[in-house]
Design a binder for this molecule. Structure first.
Ligand code: ADP
Length: 417
C-alpha cells in the first residue's frame, strides 16, 4: 500500500471509530494518534474553549502529558489562539522566530517546541477549539499535505467534541429534571401534610357553628363549608399522588359491585350536573358486575372522570357512565359531549399537574391532578385507562379493570379485608 492509500485508510478508520467510540477520551485519543502518525510529529493535542471564553485549555494530549492539562493558552497571544480566532490553519516551522508563540506551555512541561501546525476545529462555522501537532520529526517542515490531514482530523474532532458537549448538556438537563421532579414531589408531600390539619379544624368548627347560628346565616356558612370541602378534595388528590409515589398506597381488596358504586357516584354528583343543566345518565349491565378491588380507590377514579365530564361540558350537554363486561375485564366508560381535548394534549392529560388551558387564562378550576390520581388508582388494580377525544365534540374516558384479581395483586400492595 502506498503512503497516500495508507493515509486514506487511516482517516477512514477514524471516521468509523468516531461512530462507535463510547466516550470523548477514546475519540480524541484515536484522532490524536492518527495526527501523530500521519503528520510524523512528536506531540499532538486538542484544545477547547475554556468556559470563560478567553482561553483555550488542553482537552487531550498524545502522548499523555498530565501537566499540560493545567495550562491555559490565551486566545490573544498564542499560535493556537490565532488559528482559533482567524478560523484558519497556521503553520510555523520555527517558533523561536514567532512573536505569537506562547512559551508558558514549554516552561511548565520542560518540553521544547520547535515547529507547530494548528488547525481550528469548526462546527457549523463556529470555532470549538484547535487541533495542534508539534515538532515534525527529522526537523522537517510541515507542508500542505500535513495541513490537509490535520483539517480532515479537525472535522472529525468537531463531531466528537460537539457530541461530547451535547452529552454533557443532556446529562446536566437530566440531573436538573430529576432535581425539579424531586422538588415537586416534596412540595406535594409537604403541602398536603401541612394543610390537612388546619383544614380539618376549619371544617369541624364551621360544621359545629352552623348548628348554632341562626338560619339566615346558613347560606354563608354553607359557602364556607362547601369551599373547605373543595380544598379537602384537592389535598386528598395531592396525598394520593404522594402515597402512590412513596409506595405507601395500599389496596384493600374486597368484592365491589360496579353498579352500586356507579349509582353512588352519580347520586353524589347529580346536583352539580343539574346546576349546569347537564343530563347525567348511566347504562350499567343489570347482571351485576363485580370486581375485586378497593371500592374507595375505584370510586375516586370514576368520580374524577365524571366530575371532569360535568366541568368540561357546556350547559345542556350530556355525561354518561357506561359499564359492561368484556372478555377478561370490566369496562367502565365516561362519555361526554363537552369541549373535548386537542389531539396534542390527549397523551399528557394523565400527567401530574397537566392542564390543557394555561393556568393564567383558564376558565375551569382544578390542579391538574384528577386524571393522574385516577390513573394511579386504576393501575394499582392492574387496570388501564385512556381517553379518546375530539375537540368541540366530546371525550370518552375508558377504564378496564381485570377480572382476574392476580393481575391486581401483581400491580400493587394488595390487602384482602
Ligand atoms: P383538573 O383537576 O385541572 O381538571 P385533571 O387531571 O382532572 O385536572 O385533568 C387534566 C386536564 O385534562 C384538565 O385541565 C382538562 O383540560 C382536561 N380534561 C380532563 N377531562 C376532560 C373532559 N372530560 N373534557 C375535556 N377536557 C378534559
Amino acid at each position: 500500500m502506498d503512503q497516500q492509500s495508507r493515509r486514506m485508510e487511516r482517516l477512514l478508520q477514524i471516521g468509523r471509530d468516531l461512530s462507535t467510540a463510547a466516550d470523548l477520551y477514546s475519540v480524541t485519543q484515536s484522532i490524536l494518534g492518527a495526527a501523530l502518525e500521519l503528520t510524523g510529529s512528536e506531540c499532538a493535542s486538542i484544545l477547547e474553549l475554556a468556559s470563560e471564553g478567553k482561553d483555550l485549555r488542553f482537552l487531550a494530549v498524545c502522548p499523555e502529558a498530565t501537566t499540560l492539562k493545567t495550562v491555559t493558552v490565551p486566545i490573544n497571544g498564542s499560535i493556537a489562539g490565532m488559528a482559533f480566532r482567524q478560523k484558519k490553519t497556521i503553520s510555523v516551522n520555527d517558533v523561536s522566530t514567532s512573536q505569537h508563540h506562547f512559551k508558558n506551555a514549554d516552561r511548565v512541561t520542560g518540553y521544547k517546541t520547535r515547529s507547530l501546525l494548528a488547525c481550528p476545529i469548526l462546527f457549523r462555522g463556529e470555532a470549538l477549539g484547535v487541533i495542534e501537532v508539534v515538532n515534525k520529526v527529522a526537523k522537517a517542515d510541515y507542508n500542505g499535505d500535513d495541513a490537509t490531514i490535520l483539517e480532515t482530523l479537525a472535522a472529525h474532532a468537531a463531531l466528537g467534541v460537539q457530541n461530547a458537549r451535547l452529552q454533557t448538556l443532556l446529562e446536566k438537563t437530566k440531573e436538573e429534571a430529576t432535581r425539579l421532579d424531586k422538588m415537586k414531589n416534596d412540595f406535594v408531600a409537604i403541602t398536603s401534610h401541612e394543610l390537612r390539619t388546619p383544614l380539618g379544624l376549619i371544617l369541624g368548627h364551621s360544621t359545629f357553628l352552623r348548628e348554632l347560628i341562626e338560619e339566615e346565616y346558613h347560606p354563608q356558612m354553607d359557602t364556607i363549608i362547601k369551599n373547605a370541602m373543595r380544598l379537602k378534595e384537592i389535598i386528598e388528590n395531592m396525598s394520593s399522588v404522594d402515597n402512590a409515589q412513596s409506595g405507601m398506597a395500599v389496596v384493600h381488596r374486597r368484592t365491589v359491585s360496579v353498579r352500586r358504586l356507579v349509582l353512588d357516584i352519580v347520586a353524589l354528583l347529580r346536583q352539580e350536573a343539574e346546576q349546569k343543566k347537564i343530563t347525567l345518565g348511566i347504562d350499567v349491565d343489570d347482571s351485576d358486575l363485580m370486581i375485586e378491588g378497593d371500592s374507595e380507590k375505584i370510586s375516586i377514579a370514576i368520580s374524577n372522570l365524571v366530575k371532569n365530564g360535568i366541568l368540561f361540558t357546556n350547559e345542556g350537554g350530556h355525561v354518561f357512565v357506561v359499564a359492561e363486561q368484556v372478555p377478561g375485564y370490566v369496562k367502565i366508560a365516561v362519555i361526554d359531549d363537552g369541549i373535548g381535548i386537542p389531539a396534542k394534549d390527549t397523551l399528557h392529560v394523565f400527567d401530574r399537574f397537566y392542564q390543557v388551558e394555561s393556568h393564567l387564562t383558564r376558565k375551569h378550576g382544578g390542579m391538574g391532578l384528577g386524571l393522574s390520581v385516577a390513573k394511579m388508582m386504576v393501575e394499582m388494580h392492574g387496570g388501564r385507562i385512556w381517553v379518546e377525544s375530539a375537540e368541540g365534540k366530546g371525550s370518552i374516558f375508558t377504564i378496564l379493570f381485570p377480572l382476574d384479581s392476580s393481575q391486581a395483586e401483581a400491580a400493587g400492595k394488595v390487602f384482602t379485608s
